[in-house]
Design a protein around this ligand. Structure first.
Ligand code: IDP
Ligand code: MG
Length: 157
């Protein structure tokens, strides 16, 4: 059993969808071993964008961010894994792709702050709230075992 299994919300943003990076980003998530327990493509409308980015209302980049996130489909996912919330944040890299570490998603795939390819929840509270915005409980499928879970089960005393 994982000792601190967490669920987090991740979205592949419209820039990455349009650039044909869906597969490569999911590949990295799967390579790391995170369990994808929900996944769908959807077009975010202004109402959903406003809920998702409520914390940024009034900031100078807010209008542009909403225009961007509603400009094309996203891939919404729920990921599960050991310390998945902070793990995914590290995996994504810093918000500004120019500061993001090489090897991170933003470090490798993005150049410009707004168009930074991926979103990931920043805390347990955000994760729960964002998962609830995008998915119904019955859309989350975690009743299966990843290879890591199988290995750990076999090795447990
Ligand atoms: P995060 O995505 O790393 O959590 P936040 O500060 O929550 O970063 O900002 C949400 C999103 O808004 C960023 O991912 C980025 O797309 C956009 N954004 C943040 N700050 C700026 C900015 O200064 N200029 C333009 N876009 C920004
Ligand atoms: Mg954020």
């Amino acid at each position: 059993m994982l000792t601190n299994e967490e669920r987090t919300f991740v979205a592949i943003k419209p820039d990455a969808v349009k650039r044909g990076l869906i597969g490569r980003i999911i590949r990295k998530i799967e390579d790391k071993g995170y369990k994808i327990v929900a996944l769908k493509m959807l077009q975010v409308d202004e109402e959903l964008a406003a809920k998702h980015y409520a914390e940024h209302v009034g900031k100078p980049f807010y209008e542009g961010l909403v225009r961007f996130i509603t400009s094309g489909p996203i891939i919404a996912m729920v990921l599960q894994g050991e310390n998945a919330i902070s793990g995914i944040r590290k995996f994504m890299g810093k918000t500004d792709p120019n500061d993001a570490e090489v090897g991170s998603i933003r470090g490798d795939f993005a150049q410009v702050m707004r168009y930074n390819s991926i979103h990931g929840s920043d805390s347990k509270e955000s994760a729960e709230r964002e998962i609830g915005l995008y998915f119904k409980e019955e859309e989350i499928c975690d009743g299966w075992e990843t290879m890591l879970e199988m290995i750990m089960r076999e090795c447990e005393e």
